[in-house]
Ligand binder design. Structure first.
Ligand code: TRP
Length: 332
């Protein structure tokens, strides 16, 4: 039997290059070999957007379009709407008893996100416990592998702990998953911040027009001390070079540019021109495919409906085993 991949994204906005290098790229490579499920995690998106249901609803389609545009193939990958899989909600309830509040509060991913969103003690309970519902996402499908951005690894670790507790206390029916991070893993924002994020306003989206892309590359953070072309420049922490490393297929040329830049005599304008070319070569076909799929949203929604149906067959089987293991199978 094929091994299973489960991964997902919150539908809170369009997907960006950070999603691509952190996770989408691996999914596309692996969808041929693995039984792949991709969750559009609307329930998780609501954990910090309870008052914005319209935003979540709208972005279900946008995220689905991003997937299709970038090369996720619905014949190979099953795309699923999370809220329509009630088995996940049920599993979450059972797992709540296997995790302590202290453990949740120590989760570095949750801690970082709470700080970023300024929650403090007023954190919604649903948000604080999202690693538990994410453990339910993963285990409902008995996933072996979870391709995610590096920042999500503590959530996968939390999932593994829940699986070990469950299997020890009840019966070994759950599968312990492994996280899988792409070679690049994390992409900085165009402003030089450590992470590209929808809410940080520093992202290049897969759906950006050429004009938007050009503007973003023009404003990209480089080496603030590199003022004159003749000055030696720093390539470390220089976002333009970070992106060239991630996207330029011509590694030799990047190496050459780097040593020129370090020695002095290579201006930001020239390097940015190359980066714009490289990124547009990458994004243009994605943009065009996206526009094609966007012409028929009903067809895309139908694909999601079919995917969700298929997913429920899988999760219903897991829940049957879970209830039996927990001695909750009263009327069989
Ligand atoms: N938490 C993930 C993110 O913010 C999204 C997500 C939801 C997910 N459910 C998942 C990722 C299950 C991997 C597996 O990007």
């Amino acid at each position: 039997m094929k091994k299973v991949i489960l991964t997902g994204d919150r539908p809170t906005g369009h997907l960006h290059l950070g999603h691509y290098v952190g996770s989408l790229k691996k999914r596309i490579e692996l969808q041929k070999e693995y039984d792949t499920y991709i969750l559009i995690a609307d329930v998780q998106a609501l954990t910090d957007n309870a008052e914005n249901p319209e935003k979540i609803r709208k972005n279900i389609l946008e995220v689905a379009l991003d997937y299709l545009a970038v090369g996720i193939d619905p014949k190979q990958s099953t795309i699923v709407i999370q809220s329509l899989v009630p088995e996940i909600a049920e599993l979450t309830i059972y797992y709540l008893n296997l995790v302590t509040l202290a453990r949740l509060q120590r989760n570095p991913t949750v801690k970082d996100e709470m700080k970023q969103k300024g929650f403090g003690a007023n954190v919604p309970v649903g948000f604080l416990m999202y690693p538990i519902s994410q453990a339910a996402d993963i285990t409902a499908f008995k996933a072996d592998l979870v391709p995610v951005g590096e920042d999500q690894l503590p959530v996968i670790e939390q999932t593994a702990e829940i699986v070990r507790s469950f299997n020890r206390i009840y019966k070994p029916v759950l599968v312990e998953p492994k996280g899988l991070v792409s070679d690049v893993g994390r992409l900085s924002g165009i402003d030089g911040q450590a992470k590209m994020g929808k809410s940080l306003g520093n992202a290049i989206y897969l759906s950006d027009s050429y004009e938007d892309l050009a503007k973003k590359v023009r404003n990209m953070y480089t080496d603030p001390k590199h003022i004159r072309v003749a000055d030696p420049g720093n390539v470390k922490g220089n976002i333009v070079f970070e992106y060239l490393d991630a996207f330029d297929p011509d590694l030799e040329e990047v190496k050459k540019l780097k040593s020129q830049y370090k020695a002095g005599g290579l201006g930001d304008v020239v390097v940015k021109k190359r980066l714009l070319e490289v990124l547009d070569n990458f994004l243009k076909p994605i943009r065009e495919r996206r526009e094609e799929f966007a012409k028929d949203p009903a067809e895309v929604m139908k694909m999601l409906e079919k995917g969700t149906e298929k997913a429920r067959e899988k999760t219903a089987q897991t829940l049957k085993e879970v209830r039996e293991a927990m001695k909750l199978d009263y009327f069989v």
